[in-house]
Design a protein around this ligand. Structure first.
Ligand code: XMP
Length: 517
C-alpha cells in the first residue's frame, strides 16, 4: 500500500490512480491524519501531494516532526510540488516565491539517471504548475534535475530515500511520469504489484453477504455505470433481495426510460426492479426556475421526496428492507471530506448526492467506495453488464435540466432530446463514441433568423458540446472532421422542429466547464 497525503492539490486523485494503474493499492488521507492511522496501514511508501498554499505562510498545512521521525530512513517519501517544498523546508533548505511562475509543459534536464530517474532521457518534458520553489538545497540532498527557471526541480537524499519534485509526474503531460513513479514505488518502496480488481469481487460479495444476510436492499438506479454496477454486484451477492428503483425525473435523454428498463428487466433479469414515473412532479417543481444551482437543488430535493415515498411503499410490502445501497465511488468520498486537507478549491458546481432523512433508519451500503471509475468499469465488464451501458458517457445527475438553458418546459426538453439523440447517433456512426468523453446538445433560449424554402424562420439555437478528456478535470473540444459536424448540424436543422441554427462550442476546460450550467 502507498499512502498519498492530501494537501488540497488538484491532482491528488491522479497520483492515487496512477499508483493503482501500476497494480499497487493506494489510499488518499488528509495531510493531518493521525500518525497512528498512517502507521497502522503499514505503507510501503508515502507521497505528499501538491496544494495551493505556500509553506512560508502563516497557517500553511504542514507535517509534524513525529511524522518525519516515523518516516525517515524507514519509509520512502516523495514530495510533489507543495510536498517538495515541505521536504525542502523541513530538511533545512529554503523555499521562496519565484518572480516567474512556471506553468505547463516544460523541458527538464535530468542530472542523475539512476534511482528515481532510471530509464529516462537526458531531457524530459514535465508538467509544471507553481509559483514557489526550493531555492536552497537542504544539506545531504542532491539535485536530480533542473529546468531553465527552476534549478532544483528534482532533489533527493538517496540514503534516506527522500525525494522531491517540483513537477507533477502524475499528470499525463509529463511524458515519462508513470515510469518515474514506477521507479519510486516499485524499485525504491519495493511495493508489491498485487492489486487486481478481479480478486476484489469475491471478497466484496462475501462482505455483502455477511453484512446483509437475509435482509433486503433498495438502491437508487440512475442508469449510469456506478449504480448499475452496484445493482449487479448486489444481485450476485443476495439475488433478488435487491430492489433497484429507477426514477424518471423528466430530464432524461431520449428513449432512456425504455433503455434502462430493458437492460434491467429483460436483459439482467432483476425481478424486483421498480420504475417510477415522476416526470410531471419534477417539471412542476422546476417551472420558471432559471438559476442552475437552484435547478440542481430542486432536482436533488425532489428526488429524495420521490425516492422516500417509493421506499416507504416498498417497506410496507417487504418489511425486511433494511439497507440503502449507493453508487458512491472513491473520488466522491474523498472530495466530500475535503477541507480536512489544507485549503480546498472553491466550489464550482454542486453535484447532488442522495441523502435520506434520518427517520428512514436505513443502513447505508457503499460497496464501490474504494474504487475509481476505471476500476468500476472493469468490474462492470467482469460482472456482465451490457457493454453499451459500461461505455456510456457520463451524464450529470440533474440531467438535461443543466443543458436546457434558462427556464425549462417539456416542449424545450423534447426539442433538446431530439437534437441530442442525433448528436449521439452521428458520433456513434462515425465510430467516435468511445474516443470522446462526452458529446451532447445544449438548448439555448436565443432565437435567430433563418430561411427554409421560401419562408423566413425565427427559431431557437442549439449548441454542440463534444469534448475529449481523461478525468473531466480538464477537457478539450474535439477537433472533429467538418463533415461530421455538418451532418449533425443539417440533420438537427432539418429534423428537429424549433431549431434553425447549430453552433459548435470551441471552448476548453478550464476556463469553460464541460456542461453549460
Ligand atoms: P463540469 O461541467 O463541471 O463537469 O466541467 C464535469 C463533469 O461532471 C458532470 N457534472 C455533473 N454530474 N451532477 C453530476 O452528477 C452535477 O450536477 C454535474 N454537473 C456536471 C459533467 O457532466 C462532467 O462529466
Amino acid at each position: 500500500l502507498i499512502i498519498v497525503l492530501d494537501f488540497g492539490g488538484q491532482y491528488t486523485h491522479l497520483i492515487a490512480r496512477r499508483i493503482r494503474e501500476l497494480g499497487i493499492y493506494s489510499e488518499i488521507l488528509p495531510y493531518n491524519a493521525p500518525l497512528e492511522k498512517i502507521a497502522n496501514l503499514n505503507p510501503k511508501g508515502i507521497i505528499l501531494s501538491g496544494g495551493p498554499s505556500s509553506v512560508y505562510e502563516k497557517d500553511a498545512p504542514y507535517l509534524k516532526q513525529e511524522f518525519y521521525e516515523y518516516a525517515k530512513g524507514n519509509i520512502p517519501l516523495l514530495g510533489l510540488c507543495y510536498g517538495h517544498h515541505l521536504i525542502g523546508q523541513y530538511f533545512k533548505g529554503k523555499v521562496v516565491a519565484h518572480k516567474e511562475k512556471e506553468f505547463g509543459k516544460t523541458e527538464f534536464i535530468v542530472k542523475r539517471h539512476d534511482y528515481i530517474f532510471k530509464n529516462t532521457n537526458p531531457k524530459e518534458i514535465v508538467w509544471m504548475s507553481h509559483g514557489d520553489q526550493v531555492e536552497r538545497l537542504p544539506p545531504d540532498f542532491e539535485i536530480f534535475g533542473s529546468t531553465a527557471t527552476c534549478p532544483i526541480a528534482a532533489m533527493g537524499n538517496i540514503n534516506q530515500k527522500i525525494y522531491g519534485f517540483q513537477f507533477h509526474p502524475e499528470v499525463y503531460h509529463t511524458i515519462h511520469g508513470k515510469e518515474i513513479l514506477r521507479n519510486f514505488i516499485i524499485d525504491i518502496c519495493q511495493a508489491q504489484q498485487n492489486w487486481k480488481i478481479d480478486d476484489w469481487i469475491e471478497g466484496a460479495i462475501k462482505d455483502i453477504q455477511k453484512e446483509v444476510g437475509e435482509k433486503q436492499i433498495i438502491l437508487g438506479l440512475s442508469g449510469g455505470v456506478d449504480s448499475s454496477v452496484v445493482a449487479l454486484l448486489l444481485k450476485k451477492a443476495i439475488g433478488n433481495n435487491v430492489h433497484p428503483i429507477f426514477v424518471n425525473n423528466g430530464v432524461l435523454r431520449k428513449n432512456e426510460v425504455e433503455q434502462v428498463c430493458d437492460w434491467f428487466q429483460n436483459q439482467l433479469k432483476f425481478e424486483n426492479f421498480h420504475y417510477v414515473d415522476a416526470e410531471t412532479e419534477f417539471l412542476e417543481a422546476l417551472k420558471g426556475i432559471e438559476d442552475p444551482e437552484e435547478k440542481r437543488k430542486i432536482i436533488g430535493h425532489q428526488f429524495i421526496k420521490v425516492f422516500e415515498k417509493t421506499a416507504l411503499k416498498l417497506e410496507e410490502i417487504h418489511p425486511n428492507i433494511e439497507y440503502l445501497a449507493q453508487g458512491t465511488i472513491y473520488p466522491d468520498r474523498v472530495e466530500s471530506q475535503a477541507g480536512q486537507g489544507g485549503k480546498i478549491s472553491s466550489k464550482i458546481k454542486s453535484h447532488h448526492n442522495l441523502t435520506l432523512p434520518d427517520d428512514m433508519k436505513l443502513k447505508i451500503l457503499e460497496p464501490l467506495k474504494d474504487l475509481y471509475k476505471d476500476e468500476v468499469r472493469k468490474l462492470g465488464f467482469l460482472l456482465g453488464l451490457p457493454q453499451e451501458l459500461i461505455g456510456r458517457h457520463p451524464f450529470p445527475g440533474p440531467g438535461l435540466a443543466v443543458r436546457c438553458i434558462g427556464d425549462i418546459t417539456k416542449e424545450k426538453l423534447d426539442t433538446l432530446r431530439d437534437a441530442d439523440a442525433i448528436v449521439i447517433e452521428e458520433i456513434k456512426k462515425a465510430g467516435l463514441y468511445d474516443q470522446i468523453w462526452q458529446a451532447f446538445a445544449v438548448f439555448l433560449p436565443v432565437k435567430s433568423v433563418g430561411v427554409m424554402g421560401d419562408y423566413r424562420t425565427y427559431e431557437y439555437l442549439c449548441a454542440l458540446r463534444i469534448v475529449e478528456s481523461i478525468d473531466a478535470m480538464t477537457a478539450n473540444f474535439a477537433k472533429l472532421d467538418w463533415s461530421i459536424l455538418e451532418q449533425i448540424s443539417s440533420r438537427i436543422i432539418n429534423e428537429v422542429i424549433g431549431i434553425n441554427r447549430v453552433v459548435y462550442d470551441i471552448s476548453n476546460k478550464p476556463p469553460a466547464t464541460i456542461e453549460f450550467e
